[in-house]
Design a protein around this ligand. Structure first.
Ligand code: LFR
Length: 486
């Protein structure tokens, strides 16, 4: 086996990064070589991603990666947030900017489509949690628009970036599952769903799985980045959450996870989907993971609530706020962090206070109490998602792995341990990039083994912080019941 050098492009809702991974049979070194902001733009009333700025960030990152390796890379993999897409015209050119999943165009659309296709039938086919921005609802909202009419191809965000880098078009499977158009059993497009909603799944290029080849960097990309060809691009778990779950440094099989960043994705890994009516009512999703696994989880708002408060307050330093929040009264104010009402941007501290008032709970009186309210509410939502995942799948987790950017937030990890009454193992923060690198490295022969083998390698080589649960867990259970029944 040889050592390989791989670049992971990891695009998050708040920032993008390019990470260089050096991988040998029992070694794994990561270095962030470039990080750039991801700033959505509102134009003419619609919220868009600035996808060319992101692509420039990717090129700058690949150049920075090459500068450290003498221009040599054994591979590139791309992951990003899910559900969003760009449309290409007959010449292969991008039609307009991809619309942001937080845009209001999908308001009410899930309800309207319920008249065409019963939500129970939609869930039984796809197993995907009802979120207003699922691609299936975005496409229903876009029906009849000139852009969609002119489109010959639809590329999910990581596949769009891969297409620009390689000229090869494909649809990576883990991200395809988040569209709400894939059949959870056959793992191919669901004809009945697409037909009922008038969606042309022929717009999607052929499916490809994590580990499949996805082309090579084009000559103009090599020229612009100073890399020496050939540089293969490999399909990874292109949904960032799929890559992050692949990189959970678990030593046992019975783990629950929370991928925390802008979102908290909390649940368990299964080998088969749970498509029951109970599961639908609990709003659980069966997204596809690396190596045919099922990511059985619930989306909850995540650090978005905090990010939006900080933005409203003019970006004060977070450290001191968290220190004071750690000493504030626990569970005084809580909101339902699973409530889709929190999806749109803007006025977050006010909306949080409103939600407390409506639930008959005390409102936070200042910034510190607002931060504590957000973190208590997230910990509660983690508890409820993990308890539901266990109940609905018939499994009992013995540990909660917290991965992603939020693993750096000690208060969030500690409260999650207290709320769940389970030990929390926190880290790595850069799980998505790690999963991205490992899937590439395995496809190129630099590492071998199953997902379990890759995870034990992570368990051996990465350090995690442990949090033992403290205090009276029933307080959390009671608070959780109160916040949901309101
Ligand atoms: C996390 C994530 C979630 C997805 C949300 C929107 O970054 O990918 O898994 O539900 O973003 O795409």
């Amino acid at each position: 086996t040889v050592t390989g050098v791989f670049a992971a492009v990891d695009l998050g809702a708040a920032s993008g990064r390019v990470i260089l991974g050096r991988v040998g049979p029992d070694s794994l070194e990561l270095a962030e070589v470039h990080r750039f902001p991801n700033r959505p733009v509102r134009v003419g009333g619609t919220l868009y991603w600035d996808v060319l700025a992101l692509y420039r960030g990717v090129l700058d990152g690949l150049r920075a990666a090459g500068a450290r390796t003498g221009g040599r890379l054994d591979g590139v993999g791309i992951d990003s947030w899910a559900v969003d897409y760009g449309l290409l015209d007959a010449s292969g050119a991008l039609i307009g900017n991809p619309v942001h999943y937080r845009d209001a165009r999908t308001d009410g659309v899930a309800d309207q489509t319920a008249e065409l296709l019963d939500p129970a039938a939609l869930y039984a086919a796809t197993g995907i949690q009802r979120l207003p921005f699922n691609t299936v609802f975005q496409l229903a909202a876009a029906r009849g628009t000139p852009a969609l009419d002119a489109a010959r191809r639809l590329l999910l965000i990581p596949d769009l970036i891969a297409y620009w880098l390689t000229g090869v078009a494909g649809t990576e499977l883990t991200n395809a599952s988040t569209t709400g158009l894939l059949d959870a059993r056959t793992r191919d497009w669901s004809r009945p769903v697409a037909d009922a909603l008038g969606i042309d799944t022929g717009l999607f290029p052929p499916l490809r799985a994590p580990g499949d080849p996805a082309g090579e960097l084009l000559p103009d990309v090599l020229a612009e980045t100073g890399l020496t060809g050939p540089v293969p691009v490999t399909a990874v778990g292109s949904h960032d959450t799929a890559s992050a779950v692949a990189a959970v440094p678990a030593a046992t099989a019975d783990f629950a996870y929370v991928c925390t960043g802008t979102w908290s994705l909390a649940g368990m890994e299964l080998t088969a989907p749970v498509l029951t009516e109970d599961s639908r009512r609990a709003n659980f999703t069966n997204e596809l993971g690396v190596d045919g696994t099922v990511r059985y989880l619930r989306n909850v708002m995540g650090l978005w609530l905090l990010q939006e408060c900080l933005r409203e307050w003019g970006e004060p330093k977070l450290g001191p706020l968290l220190e004071q929040a750690a000493r504030a009264e626990p569970l005084r104010s809580v909101v339902d962090a699973g409530d889709p009402a929190f999806i749109p941007p803007g006025r977050m501290p006010e909306r949080i206070a409103d939600a407390c008032r409506r639930a008959g709970r005390p409102e936070p009186r200042n910034r510190v109490e607002t931060v504590r309210c957000v973190l208590d509410s997230l910990a509660l939502a983690h508890l409820s998602a993990i308890a539901d995942a266990g109940r609905l799948s018939g499994r009992t987790p013995s540990v909660v792995h917290v991965v992603g950017g939020g693993a750096r937030n000690e208060l969030l990890c500690r409260l999650t341990a207290d709320a769940c009454g389970l030990p929390v193992a926190a880290g790595p923060a850069e799980a998505a990039a790690l999963g991205n690198v490992l899937v590439q490295a395995r496809a190129r022969g630099a590492v071998h083994g199953t997902l379990t083998d890759l995870r034990s390698m992570l368990h051996r080589t990465r350090s995690v912080r442990q949090y033992e649960p403290r205090g009276d867990q029933t307080l959390w259970e009671e608070a959780g019941c109160a916040s949901r029944s309101s």
